[in-house]
Design a protein around this ligand. Sequence first.
Ligand code: ARG
Length: 574
Amino acid sequence: MSLIKETEKYITKVIKEFGFEIDNVVLEPSSRRDLGEAQINVCMSLAKKYGKNPRELANLIVSKFDDRFTNVNIAGPGFINVSFNEKYLLPYLNKSINDFDRLVDKQEEKTIIVDYGGANAAKALHVGHMRTANIGEALKRLARILGNKVIGDVHLGDLGRQSGMVISEIKKRKPNLCYFDPDYKGEYPKLEITKEELAEYYPTASKDAKENPERMEEVRQITAWVDEGKEPYISMWKDIVEVSCEVIKKTYDYLNCDFDLWEGELSSLKYIKPTLKILEPYMYESEGAKVIDVKKEDDKVDIPPLIVIKNDGASIYATRDLATIYNRITTYNPDEIWYVVDVRQGLYFEQVFRASYKSELVRPDVKLAHYWNGTMNGKDGKPFKTRDGGVLELNDLLSQVREELSKKLNKYESEEEKNNILDILTVATVKYADLLPFRTTDYIFDIEKFCSFEGKTGPYILYTMVRIKSILNKANVNTCEIKSIYGDTEKDIYIKILELSRILDKAYSEKTLSYICEYLFELCSLFNKFYSECNILNENDIDKKSTYIALLKLLYNTCEKLLDVLAIRIPKKM
Ligand code: ARG
């Protein structure tokens, strides 16, 4: 348990022993550091509840405090200020140097499925796919370090118009392949298609189909075959998806996004039948389609019925999401399913969730939640586009960032080393920029600002980390210990570290990584201040030097864990 949590429990106990009823007391970081390191603000509300004088109440409470605090004082109407007794603080910090879990308060373990990424097969990942990948990956890791069992699923968009597009393009270019011969009798072979062909086929077909209604009709027909799982197109399509996944996986690997499951719309098809059986009593026919009403009396906006089956009898996006839910519930029995998906699918998920609860596809105690994200915009404030107004591919954006960073990098020994550092730095740059704004806030992609080595940026954080590591390497000591607190900046660092558990709890409850990004920046800035004030390596006092090294280790290890939550790696050099 974290020191703060333990202390809060202690204070709560002291207050309860006076016979007062109270929820868990919160120990806030002090806003007046001259008065103390932490603040207890409950006396005012407690005094009101029991008709007492708040200052007298505060006096009564502090009279019972043991020696875990020093400098206990009461300010204003009844704020209690305390500082931590080093006798307890230092052993706790020393134990935390190599044991991050001591700084964290674990939760009651839950099984959580995180649905994020959402790449569409046969199409390139575009910039809009980045934020859901980054946020989803980090939320998954955050939930894990807090003690949950978490399963990440990419939920591929591997059904839909793109199947018809790609297959129709293959048909156009290679009409003699056996798949297109109606008289073919043998077994269909595995489709040979290269990544390069795949990259070219979808955009070409899509452009042609837009201009040519006959082509569009063909695309529609093929898509319908695939959706119904009919041969030979379904097998062709599965082979195409396989190649496409290799391409998609490369980009996700680059971004340190690592999915436990590569399920998607295609793999959900086999669960449609049992799902529809559950939904059947709640569906009715409307204009040939089958729908479920999901309106509620207190709705402020009109929530239209959810279409489950189209008027031609085919399944759609929603059918597959419902079937996926069926599979997730029956296979993993999760407590929660999180959808980290763009804001534009908000109404859709609301409909799907309501239909799931209404039909009892999902028990009421299972939480379905859409944790949507704001968009990354260009300098004009509109969704990021290429110069000619097209959708920017994610890999192109990453190359642009890499290019910008390479102008600034000059300390490296070989091309290989340079490439390695640049890759790590590129990912850190985009991730930090992506995760720093509150999850639901839109932000403007400003490549120069994000690549800067100053300010709230990935490069600044990593540069600081590399600097700390280099001091630790030079110091080359095995044993070190925080023996005392010698200066104010050191104390500020320790107090900041104590805040960690609260930061993680806040990030988790609001499902945003922004608090962690801000916190990392604060820790790094404090270190840089400390570094400018202290000559760490040349310190002659052995105790001081040992303390400084221990402090750096604590700081480094803590930040390293937090960066790992954000899925940001640290280069060896920079
Ligand atoms: N493939 C979808 C898209 O690009 C996102 C999938 C989100 N997840 C889900 N279970 N529907 O819009």
